[in-house]
Structures are given as structure tokens and as C-alpha cells.
Design a protein around this ligand. Structure first.
Ligand SMILES: [Zn+2]
Ligand SMILES: [Zn+2]
Length: 328
């Protein structure tokens, strides 16, 4: 790896979120780990690594589930790390939280709260910084659902949002923060089905929020076999028509039932990047990588990977990532 640069791997962890930011000094920032059994674990077990920050958007198992097993590697000398950023989204009386946190409480000395106003990392010479813009302490108290309290992390270049990692936050929360700017890459939110997409009586408001937010690329992390109907076709279509380039880690039956159940990848980005494969689901683009180009001041994707994904989806019955009236 070019150790004077920044690189982001967006992992295919099935139904869940996980991204790894490789900083110019070769240290790592991990944004969500994916669920228990996430391929990120195997990657961490491969060789010793140094993580500046683990940042967990919220305490749902598809985002934090693999954290305990990864941290376990620190006891074998395979991992060293500085801090674990956590949002206090629910009490210990919640069964999911209690189960996850019975293994995590031993790491409490390294934990810090994650919330609005924090700068996690910055590099003045590159003009890049990673900041937390949500939730405020007020929102943490006011909001009921853990998803609503999801941390929203942003990689900025000179004040311009390059990548927004909103976990499972509502789209409305993203719109509020970025009403006047153009987002280069947006992850999800909520695996392509923002929670404020329903109920139906508020759909027009949701659509207006999505329509009025400028996004150039949408990265969805979703599992083929998810039982929640993720991602949402309407959301992906509104985005694709912007136009915005939409792609998903895995294929779901909504795009093509036969190919989704075949297990044959549309494009295997995970293998192309040499990252750990996932044992379940059918990759549509699999993992995805962006590399910072400091001469052009932009994040650059693997164009050949995007091309192969775009060719592959031509075979699908009704791909959600292609705007209907464009495909004809
Ligand atoms: Zn969640
Ligand atoms: Zn989630």
C-alpha cells in the first residue's frame, strides 16, 4: 500500500456494515465491524495490525457483532488499538445490548463516547479529516430508537463531504446536515432502506428529502438472505434517477431471484481486492475500494471493477440500481 495516502475498503459482510480506513501512516480506523462471523475477523487474524480507532455507529449486532472477537485478537498479540468509540444508544436492560456487552465490558478502559463535534483524525497537508456530526447529546436523549441515534461519520476534504457513513440513521438526519453540499459517496443508510421511508403516509416527505440531497455515489451493504426486504427499490430508484451511481455488496431476490439464489457473483470485488470472502450470499459487487488522489483532490474507485459490475447487472431481470426509464 502507498503509505503516503489514504484508502478506504468498504467490506461485504452480508447484512451489516463494515469499513476500514487505511491512513497515510498505515494505521487503521474501523467503522463498524459487521455481524458475528464477519470476514473482517479473518482479515485481522491474518497478520498483526494497528487500529487507532474502532468506531461503532450503534449497538446493533449487524454493526458491532464482530467487535468482541476482533478485540480478542489483542490478547494474542495480533492486534493493538487505541480507542473504541461508542454511542450510548440503549440501556443494559435491552436483551441485544446485554448479550453483546457481556463480552465487551472488559474493554471499557479504552472506550470513549462518540458524538457530534468530534474530530477523529485529520491530516492538514492532505486537507482531510474524519469528523462526527451526529448524534448530539440532545438527540441521544430525545430519540428512542438505536438506529436514530446512529453516529454519522464524515470524511471531509477542505469542508466538502467526500464520504458519509451514517450507519442506520434516518435519511432526514443526513439531509439536515448536508442540505447545502454535494456528497461524493454515501453509505446506505440502513442497508438501503432508510427508516423514514415508511410509513407510507410520510413517503412524499421522505422522497422530497432524498430528491433535495445531492449524492454522486451510493454504496449499499446488504445481505442476499436478509429477511427485512432490504434494500428498498423506491429509495434506490430515486437515487439512480438523480443520476447517482448505485451499487450493492450483495444481490437480493428483488433484482433477480434465480441469480441471487445461484450464489454466482455478478462481480466479485472481494476477490479482485484480495480481501476475505464472505461465506453467505451472492456478491453483486462485493467489497469496494476508494483511494485518495492528492493531485486531483478526489477519491478514485477502481474503474475496471465498476465496469465489470455494470456489465454484470445487464444480465439481471430487474436491477434496482439502474434507473428504469434510462434502461427502457
Ligand atoms: Zn441498526
Ligand atoms: Zn444495520
Amino acid at each position: 500500500m502507498n503509505n503516503k495516502n489514504l484508502k478506504i475498503d468498504f467490506w461485504d459482510v452480508g447484512q451489516g456494515d463494515a469499513s476500514v480506513v487505511h491512513l497515510p501512516d498505515s494505521s487503521l480506523i474501523v467503522i463498524d465491524t459487521g455481524p458475528l462471523g464477519s470476514p473482517l475477523y479473518e482479515w485481522f487474524a491474518r497478520e498483526p495490525r494497528y487500529v487507532r480507532n474502532f468506531l461503532i455507529t450503534h449497538n446493533d449486532s449487524d454493526h458491532i457483532g464482530c467487535l468482541a472477537s476482533i478485540l480478542e485478537l489483542s490478547k494474542k498479540g495480533m492486534l493493538s488499538y487505541e480507542k473504541i468509540g461508542i454511542v450510548s444508544d440503549r440501556g443494559f436492560d435491552h436483551p441485544t445490548v446485554k448479550k453483546l456487552w457481556s463480552q465487551l465490558r472488559q474493554y471499557e478502559p479504552k472506550m470513549t463516547p462518540l458524538g457530534q463535534g468530534q474530530t477523529i483524525w485529520e491530516d492538514e497537508s492532505l486537507g482531510l479529516s474524519l469528523q462526527v456530526v451526529h448524534p448530539s447529546p440532545f438527540k441521544t436523549i430525545r430519540f428512542k430508537a438505536a438506529n436514530q441515534k446512529s453516529a454519522i461519520l464524515v470524511l471531509y476534504h477542505d469542508g466538502v463531504p467526500k464520504v458519509v457513513f451514517p450507519g442506520d440513521a434516518k435519511f432526514r438526519s443526513i439531509k439536515k446536515k448536508f442540505a447545502d453540499s454535494r456528497i461524493d459517496y454515501l453509505v446506505g443508510p440502513h442497508h438501503g432502506r432508510p427508516e423514514d421511508r415508511s410509513p407510507q403516509k410520510y413517503f412524499d416527505k421522505f422522497k422530497a428529502n432524498v430528491d433535495s440531497t445531492s449524492v454522486d455515489n451510493l454504496l449499499i451493504s446488504v445481505g442476499t438472505d436478509n429477511s427485512h426486504g432490504h434494500p428498498d427499490r423506491d429509495y434506490l430508484q430515486i437515487m439512480a434517477k438523480k443520476p447517482c451511481r448505485v451499487s450493492c455488496t450483495q444481490l437480493t431476490p428483488q433484482c433477480d431471484e434465480a441469480i441471487a439464489s445461484s450464489g454466482v457473483p455478478v462481480f466479485d470485488g472481494t476477490q479482485a481486492l484480495g480481501l476475505e470472502p464472505i461465506q453467505s450470499g451472492t456478491p453483486c459487487r462485493g467489497c469496494f475500494q476508494l483511494v485518495w488522489d492528492s493531485t486531483k483532490n478526489q477519491l478514485v474507485p477502481h474503474i475496471s471493477h465498476l465496469k465489470k459490475h455494470d456489465e454484470g447487472i445487464q444480465m439481471l431481470k430487474s436491477p434496482m440500481c439502474v434507473a428504469k426509464d434510462v434502461k427502457g
